[in-house]
Design a protein around this ligand. Sequence first.
Ligand code: 13P
Ligand code: ZN
Length: 283
Amino acid sequence: MTGFAHRIDCVEVAAPILRLCWEMGWNEANGGNFSWRLDAEEFDADMRHLLSEAMPRDIVLQNPQPELDGDYFLVTGAGQFFRRATSHPDDVFGIVRIVDEGRVCRTVWGFGGGGRPTSELATHLTAHAVRKERSEGRERVVLHCHIPEFIALGFLLPLSSDVLTRALWQMMPECFLVFPDGIRVVPPMCPGSAEIARASAEALAESRVISWAHHGIFASEESPDSVFALVETVEKASGIYRKLLSAGGPKYELDLGILEELAKKLGASLVAPPNIPKARAGS
Ligand code: 13P
Ligand code: ZN
């Protein structure tokens, strides 16, 4: 119970989670952004009356998203602070609808004071299109945070998806269960660019969690709660690994047989067979 109430259900659920992200130290100033693909039928039935007084504002998408045509999204605004999510929700959030066969993003509520969607909108929409298809519609929420331990690892490890995934899987067996499809690394690129949206789409076809090297995490999950848990687990494992590196590197390894066993248990639910490292000779 947070005691936070809002007339729009999805804002009531999302705002306290964004505020918690700030309390965790993940989203300084306007760092990070969030989007949630809403159930269009539910939204139309319950919330549409709230949109009637809104002045629609359109953005023509450089990269059209026909798979998202008709979908509504709750999105954070460009330059908005997660810290203010519960105190100023009508400024921090907006609701957009993708229309005109995926060519136009229409603001139908929010972004008070004439704001606009996050500068990373292109990547969020591409991520939703890719993950909607990969997860058969289950995944609905995308969260980008500047998580410090994870960012630090980008300066300590080579920019390799395999190296990062293996390092974090081995920190706790739970990691393998929370992100069995591993982490894909996107090399450093200009934030908010079409280039980072394109590279992220390729990476997200393989995994629901990606590292924007030297910048932060970009992750997709089913709900605000589950995407928070995913980021929390990645950041905790990164903190453990960074401590180990500070102490001269791990001296022993997790029993990799445990990961093999977990992979068998997950079985058909895995999108792709995990690339579990082989134990080193003599370890
Ligand atoms: P926005 O304020 O436009 O969402 O940008 C924040 C950010 O983290 C860019 O990567
Ligand atoms: Zn960022």
